[in-house]
Design a binder for this molecule. Sequence first.
Ligand code: FAD
Length: 288
Amino acid sequence: MLKISEILTSKNMTLSFEFFPPKKVENEKILFDTIDVLKNYKPDFVSVTYGAGGSTKDKTVDWTIKILKEYELNVMMHLTCISSTRNDIDLILEKLKTEGVENILALRGDIPKDFPVEEVRKDFNYAYELVRYIRGKNGFSIGVAGYPEGHLESENLEKDIEYLKIKVESGADFVITQLFFDNRYFFEFLNRATQVGINIPIIPGIMPVLNLSQVQRFVEMCGATVPEKLVKKLDGKTLEDMYKVGIEYAILQCKELIVNNVKGLHFYTLNKYNATKEILEGLGYVTE
Ligand code: FAD
């Protein structure tokens, strides 16, 4: 299997999908069906998220390996460090290496509100420390998170980009961004990154708005904003109409990113294939 850093060197633009490990057994079929459909678009890689505080640790590792072995897709495992010891991380890295997983998205993770203090900040405080630790072990291609509108805890956008630079200097190979709905934020983020000397690929994270109230709750948690013009288009609409508006908007958003030479499109699929499939079709992607 290929390292994402190598793929990014050889291709102008990548396509990737993000999944989460289902908590309930009955939802596993939904994910299998989704991968069955989306794999036909020949993604360059797919990724599997890691539950807050490592809550889905075993499932994340299992799904990562399952996708690699059963679907033969390049896979990237998300790994958070805020509630892990070096030993916890070592065990996971060894397992991934043995199974042939080459790619890791190195994250700090969110600190769950009801977590006891002694359960967090064990050996790592920030993602850059995890990046440095994994780089020291050698062999993995490492991605990190970027925030076009700034991370919720950041003092300001300048500090935010400085901290991203530290992650890059610690050994990151590429950046995947938090979702955003206004490309202006992404382009400004690219400019800030260039100004501080960040020159690794930055891949935008895409999530269509399919349900206004659901997405408003979601963006509150991650610090992104839904543009007023999009809110107006969605307000008062039926679920079916919101879906149509959301897909149309995402297609236009992706088209603008593509003409501006983005390094890839990373879709937050939420384990469903319909929306991503419709967007890809709208962009002219075809299956074999
Ligand atoms: P960091 O880069 O460590 O930043 C955290 C905060 O600390 C920021 O405010 C930053 O500005 C600040 N900071 C960074 N370095 C320093 C420093 N040296 N000194 C002072 N302050 C500093 N969460 C999950 O739990 N599981 C997932 O699978 C997951 N996947 C994600 C995928 C993507 C593409 C993105 C964008 C986010 C994902 N997250 C995931 C969410 C992420 O864990 C949270 O946003 C978390 O709060 C920050 O993680 P980070 O890796 O960006 O942290």
